[in-house]
Design a protein around this ligand. Structure first.
Ligand code: NAD
Length: 367
């Protein structure tokens, strides 16, 4: 399950919204409902100190509305720190649409969602996430300018996933340099869990570098497709966490590092694209540190996508997108070294750096 922070039975023990751990001082939460199209969406605006809240829209068949709320809160908070640590003048926001993207997503629903985005007058700018494609953002663009990730033919920067994957690759290399003394991934045993848009592009980089890549996904069709294209090995077991490996790359959904998996994980490095990989940032971050597993913070190394869509707002081109994404290598190395020096978790280190930038801007605004 993606959302672990509030368990179903605990919900009644805390205030339902403001009291949730994941609420974490959100500025605004918008519930969007439209009977005609069946739209049920939640937009979370966590923080707009550095700029408008930008973050993708996820469409997912949540098991409950609480799960959806908790997910959007965790994701939008993550966006605040992602943009801050990447040096972008953006705040953090995210949206979720409750439903099955394969069967319930219609052009009418996407346009209605766009109207809700528009009603926020630019405080929130959307983009794609799981369950969304560039073509969906093109539909949203017909009703609001507050959308990124639109097609290149419409003046957008296109699908952000390949750039996200490149950033994850850079972060992974930095973690390898830190842990093994070299950033070369040749012959390293790497498990990529989730070979969707980002996972597949990551597999391409890794196989090109000569890594021994194992792939896992709930879709057999995807597994065969990616195996045939890149020669990666389909993982045949039923618990990849227990496997001996150099690097574990979570590229499906969040919270795969949780109470059940944390003591099983044998990887020396964790570096992947999924948002909110640690079910409990503090507890699981600390447990990884104690076990000597290098964790490359998710919100730091998966920032390629936001760098890509930010280009649409700031009008910079592909070269600058690549330059900024390659810089994830340096930032990751710095964060890992800073964490070691200060004896804190790598997640906390990345968080501190991001928070310092937000605090400085707030001070500037208030002075
Ligand atoms: P996607 O929907 O294209 O791919 C997700 C893949 O994970 C699918 O192939 C799906 O079958 C697989 N999957 C789902 N549950 C699984 C499970 N339990 N075990 C194994 N595989 C499973 O999504 P994406 O765009 O590739 O994004 C992947 C992750 O990266 C998401 O968490 C997303 O939030 C994050 N992310 C994506 C971007 C981006 O640019 N697309 C940017 C930042 C972060």
């Amino acid at each position: 399950m993606i959302t672990e922070v509030i368990k179903a039975n605990d919900i009644h023990k805390v205030d339902p919204v403001f009291g949730q751990l994941s609420f974490d001082n959100h500025e605004q939460i918008v519930f969007c409902n439209d009977k005609d199209t069946g739209l049920k969406a939640i937009i979370g605006i966590h923080n707009t100190v550095l700029g408008p809240a930008l973050g993708g829209t996820r469409m997912w068949q949540y098991s409950s509305e609480w799960d959806a709320l908790n997910d959007v809160l965790r994701l939008s908070r993550g966006m605040t720190f992602k943009s801050a640590i990447t040096g972008l003048n953006l705040g953090g926001g995210k949206a979720v649409i409750i439903g099955d993207a394969k069967t319930q997503k219609t052009p009418e629903l996407m346009k209605k969602f766009g109207e809700f985005v528009h009603s926020l007058s630019g405080r929130y700018i959307t983009a794609e996430d799981v369950g969304m494609a560039t073509s969906d953002m093109d539909l949203v663009r017909t009703v609001t300018p507050y959308v990124t990730g639109i097609s290149e033919s419409l003046g957008g920067a296109g699908n952000p996933s390949p750039i996200t994957a490149y950033g994850v690759f850079m972060g992974m290399k930095a973690a390898a340099k830190y842990k093994f003394g070299s950033d070369v991934l040749e012959d390293k045993i790497i498990f990529v869990e989730g070979i969707g848009n980002v996972g597949e592009a990551l597999v391409e980089h890794l196989t090109n570098e000569g890594a021994k890549v194992f792939i896992a996904d709930i879709s057999q069709e995807r597994l065969e497709e990616v195996r045939d294209k890149y020669g990666a090995v389909i993982y045949g077991g039923n618990n990849l966490y227990l496997e001996e490996m150099d690097i574990y790359a979570p590229c499906a959904l969040g919270a795969t590092i949780n109470d059940s998996t944390i003591n099983q994980i044998k990887a020396k490095i964790i570096a992947g694209a999924a948002n909110n990989q640690l079910a409990d940032e503090q507890k699981h971050g600390l447990m990884l540190k104690e076990r000597g597993i290098v964790y490359a913070p998710d919100f730091l190394i998966n920032a390629g996508g936001i760098i890509n869509v930010y280009a649409e707002l700031e009008n910079y081109g592909k070269q600058e997108i690549i330059r900024k994404t390659e810089n994830i290598f340096n930032t990751t190395l710095e964060i890992l070294q800073y964490a070691e020096k200060n004896q804190i978790t790598t997640h906390q280190a990345a968080f501190n750096v991001a928070q310092t930038r937000i605090d400085a801007k707030k001070k500037e605004i208030n002075s």
